[in-house]
Design a protein around this ligand. Structure first.
Ligand code: AMP
Length: 393
């Protein structure tokens, strides 16, 4: 069974690692040389929208999927006409545009923060009026890991600050969102597959709690400690199931939420396997990568039950000493075969353990020993840096 994956980054690599034991073969469409997925299958090294490259990529493929959400929609549509592509192009269209994403969620009854679109200077005052301040200005498209964002909060912030931030972002179409003073950030990673006889099979991994540094994911913990009575997980499942059904989704999806005043506020949709689900490789009966491939290729889904509580740390900017990480009992090291560069995700470590107190203790020791260099990450506006909470620095 040959599966085509658009993108050959670490997510493509981990999909490959999960699929090889199932007898799958892979072909990746990836313009970059020596990408993380390069040892997992054939690489078609061309731009994502090159017609000749796409022809070669699609040749004899049974199934196709993608590992990042900025795949050009025309590429997805072209593939959809020739091979079984999942998730479909519609999920990409929704996730690529923050206004469309928030509108889709709101129309489904999923709580989202107040937001407004800004595509010209004349819309700024009305957007501020509608959303209020503090707020976050984000580019509608192509933002990730906190890039393309400005936080607007603190003394003296007003319409002029939003204007300045919009200028700094290059006057591209943006979304102004209310700043959410959250207690925690969580994500729901889920999978949906079509059943042979009709209908759909949905499965959900335990809710994961996430911590970011400078907008980049630093730590994920499952099950989420902030969800003491399970009520957050239960609403997250309801929201994500509604979204997956609306999109007639096939594959793994992740939805990130803020927890504010004890309730969920949806922030972002990732129509793909997600960094906050990496712990499932070591801590769940079936990983997000394996279940994504099962869904995409029409195989039955595996159980998403927890095998062990997990705490995952991303390795950003620098590689750790493997011997030091592996000396920690319960540590599972995953390196992506990338050279280290500031702000770049080069691997992750998942700690597993049955005893919660011992797991927390091990995580604190490991966290202190892990390198982190996000200095290449795009800086926040100076006024935001002075005012923003620790999680945004
Ligand atoms: P995003 O690219 O939307 O996932 O944002 C990256 C990170 O910035 C989030 O995980 C939050 O930590 C922070 N952030 C983004 N939007 C907001 C918001 N509206 N209110 C508060 N913090 C935010």
């Amino acid at each position: 069974m040959k599966v085509g994956i658009v993108g050959g980054g670490q997510l493509g690599r981990m999909l490959g690692l999960a699929g090889v034991p199932l007898g799958m073969q892979f072909r990746f469409l990836e313009p970059a040389a020596d990408c993380p997925a390069s040892r997992l299958g054939e690489i078609i090294r061309t731009p994502y929208d090159d017609p000749e490259g796409l022809e070669r990529f699609a040749q004899d493929l049974g199934f196709a999927t993608y590992e990042f959400e900025n795949v050009p929609v025309q590429t997805a549509r072209w593939l959809e006409e020739r091979v079984a592509l999942a998730p479909g192009a519609r999920a990409l269209e929704v996730a690529q545009d923050r206004i469309r994403e928030k509108t889709t969620l709101r129309d489904l009854g999923v709580p989202v923060q107040a937001f407004a679109s800004i595509s010209s200077a004349s819309e700024i005052a009305a957007a501020v009026e509608r959303v209020g301040l503090p707020a976050v200005l984000k580019t509608r498209r192509m933002g990730y890991d906190g890039k393309g964002q400005r936080v607007l909060r603190g003394n003296g912030v007003g319409v002029a600050s939003v204007q300045q931030a919009w200028d700094a972002l290059g006057r591209v179409p943006c979304i102004l969102e209310a700043f959410v003073p959250f207690e925690a950030e969580v994500s729901q990673v889920a999978v949906r597959a079509r059943r042979a006889g009709g209908g759909a099979h949905h499965a959900f991994w335990p809710l994961t709690q996430n911590e970011h540094r400078a907008g980049i994911l630093w730590k994920s913990e499952a099950p989420a400690p902030c969800d003491r009575d399970g009520s957050l997980a239960s609403s997250a499942r309801t929201h994500v199931q509604r979204l997956m059904d609306e999109l007639d989704y096939v594959g793994v999806i992740a939805v990130e939420f803020f927890v504010a005043h004890g309730a969920l506020v949806a922030n972002e949709i990732a129509p793909r396997v997600h960094n906050s689900g990496h712990w499932t490789i070591d801590g769940a009966e079936t990983s997000q990568f394996e279940n994504h491939l099962r869904a995409v290729t029409g195989l039955p889904l595996g159980s998403t039950d927890l095998r062990s509580a997990c705490i995952m740390f991303n390795l950003v900017g620098k590689l750790p000493l493997s011997s030091r990480v592996l000396a920690q009992s319960g540590a599972h090291l995953h390196l992506y075969g990338k050279s280290a560069r500031a702000g770049r995700k080069v691997g992750h470590v998942t700690l597993t353990g049955q005893d919660p107190a011992a797991l927390q203790q091990a995580a604190a020791a490991l966290a202190a020993a892990l390198p982190w260099d996000a200095s290449g990450a795009e800086p926040l506006a100076p006024d935001a840096l002075a005012q923003s909470p620790a999680h945004l620095r």
